[in-house]
Design a protein. Structure first.
Lengths: 403, 403
């Protein structure tokens, strides 16, 4: 039964955009329009800051064709932020909610955002203000617990796998080089692991995949690269921007200024590793750092990811109008040989600030590769990464050597 | 009249691959098959090294459907190299040519490769060995003289413009950041200039475009970024990996080991600039370095570029069978409002080791932007770079401030 709490809904984005965060937004807009008790739908400009500063767009007034186009665009159409909400901010949020009769709060973000959503809900309850708070998952890092995977991951993983395949084609064509391709990922190896999908034959790039779940010594990287290079005359390795060395350092890379949540990261880890390789192995090494392109590139959206992102937006609204609160939508993988997902709900509290890592059993013993179980997990989420065609390699018999 | 010199043709790739170098290869294979005097077509493995070491693939034996697929793939299907050919190597090349009755040499490369092709031809003439040598242009840098533009450039420029558009969407969505997007380009600004195509409205990213034709002071970068940031609360700048500072240095970036032709380049110039911005302006800056993806990304081929690359391969064969030698195929832009190109021929000697730079009049007086004349030049080559849609930005009136 629908509990007809009439009022305004607010949708906001938290943290970094994903290639499909706007698909969730489109899903929210479409679904809210179906529920008359949602009297208006506001989009907060720049995440929770838009709530605090009362910067709202009227999303019912947006043209449906435009919303549909925006659902396919990268970035966040609303804008987002990485603002650590203070006690005074929480009070202010409730004041704004009261002033606009906002009764539904749909927060589309990662674990920091789910913590914020949970605290907003707690304060509203404490103040006897009826509010329904639902989290919509979003992270290219795929590190939210309680869900099989996160909207945004499949597309970012598709991007990274295609990038490594293409860089690999360049190195295979012009060998005697080493490339370190740096992927995103705050602490978890889900994204860097996706480079496995670029490899079809055993000697295809990437030859080495390092997941940040395992600390890595410079000595291991050098020994691994040397062994690959000796065999194939080139090497492509993938590494996460958050990889730590065995002393907890960053291989000499520069640390960037921390964000609002005090997450600090190296800014040039791939370059630092390529310098190490050049220096110690005397090989021609370089690094590629697609960086933000890993979550912003418009051309690599996975259709499954896009559909699921939209569905999560729709389901969040459906749950809220049915009286649910303090939950985050999850994606559930149904058993069976063909991939099929449904949605579920989990407590915001369980997701807030928690991180899910790559299962240790998906990383090989040497810590320089990802196992086939990961491929089975990830391929339905990214879609097939098509291998590149190659010429038939039968050589013409030599003549000049007999001249 | 066709001069029916019967013999084997060799096609080889020199220097870095482009997204369409295999389209030229497909054009060569298709066209050679039409001329019975070309008794066999050999593909040299790894460029001129494949000739020296007699590593040849029989390209007539390759399946036509596979060749067609390969024509769409990035990398070089034959393999390439950056080998500085020695006097002994040139002798060896001629020995190999004689041993296989190779009478046609089609060399697909940039200015270093055209120099090699010219010297091979000179030596053959000196030794009274009848040989037809035709260059097929190829460079993402677009820096070959005598041609309106080079196969490979349109696609690499399309990649870079799309990358900057997408990174720009990320920063606009999550502002209070600066991103330095590093583009390829050995000395010329053609590629970094292409980021102009990502900008439709005056305040769209990229806000600053630096071309390596102009030395750049750290002070100017800092003043430029500060002015943009103050106005827009974020800034996206594009810079070439080969940008020099006003002291001839690289803003503190590391120099990489030189290649076979002694071209040396900074390995982390964008990162060095982002460090400067963080340090002096106290802004949150980062860098993206798609690096090799700029010439290897499979998904950004410009159809015009692809067609022209294939055509250059075909025309090279046609010229050779007609008795032409010591020429490189050029692309000629026909006058008129609609874009149309034809091909021409120029002397290899004029192209060998020469570089064409961005015309100074296409760079603004301040040296931090590219002018609209460049857009007219480049857009037909890249195809349209579609702008990303945006929500209507009309805000809901505030209420809570009156509570």
């Amino acid at each position: 039964m629908t509990d007809r709490l009439a009022g305004v809904a607010v949708v906001a984005h938290g943290g970094g955009p994903t290639p499909v965060i706007n698909a969730s937004l489109a899903g929210v807009i479409e679904e809210c329009r179906r529920h008359p008790q949602i009297t208006a739908l506001y989009g907060a400009r720049y995440g929770i800051l838009g709530v605090i500063e009362e910067q709202f767009l009227d999303l019912y007034r947006q043209d449906a064709a435009l919303v549909s186009l925006i659902g396919r665009a990268p970035g966040s159409a609303l804008g987002s932020c990485r603002h650590k909400v203070s006690a005074a901010d929480y009070e202010r949020i409730l004041t704004v909610f009261r002033a606009h009769n906002i009764r539904y709060f749909l927060y589309n973000g990662g674990n920091d955002s789910m913590d914020t959503a949970f605290r907003v809900s707690q304060l509203a309850r404490h103040c006897n203000y009826e509010l329904r708070v639902i989290g919509i998952p979003k992270t290219v890092d795929n590190d939210l617990p309680e869900t099989d995977h996160c909207p945004g991951y499949g597309s970012a993983a598709r991007y990274f796998a295609c990038a490594v395949r293409d860089v690999g084609a360049d190195l295979r064509a012009l060998p005697r080089r080493v490339s370190v391709v740096e992927g995103m990922g705050r602490n978890a190896g889900w994204l860097v692991a996706s480079s496995l999908l670029a490899r079809r034959e055993p000697d295809d790039p990437p030859h080495l995949i390092y997941c940040p779940e395992r600390p890595l010594s410079a000595d291991q990287v050098l020994a691994d690269v040397e062994a690959v290079y000796r065999r194939l005359h080139y090497a492509v390795l993938t590494v996460s921007e958050s990889q730590k060395d065995d002393k907890g350092g960053t291989f000499g890379a520069d640390l960037m200024a921390p964000d609002g949540f005090q997450h600090s990261m190296a800014g040039n880890l791939g370059h630092a590793l390529s310098n190490l390789i050049t220096k110690h192995l005397k090989l021609r090494a370089r690094s590629e750092k697609p960086g933000l392109l890993g979550r912003a590139a418009a051309g690599f959206v996975s259709e499954t990811d896009w559909e699921e992102a939209r569905l999560c937006g729709q389901v969040a609204v459906q749950a809220a109008v049915q009286g649910v609160t303090d939950k985050m939508v999850t994606l559930v993988r149904e058993p069976g040989p063909a991939y099929r997902s449904t949605t579920g709900l989990t407590d915001l509290e369980k997701v807030a600030n928690a991180e899910r890592h790559l299962p240790p059993e998906w990383i090989n013993a040497a810590g320089n590769d990802v196992l086939e179980a990961f491929r089975e997990y990830a391929t339905p989420l990214t879609g097939q990464i098509e291998p590149l065609p190659r010429l038939d390699q039968v050589l013409i018999p030599r003549r000049a050597f007999q001249v």
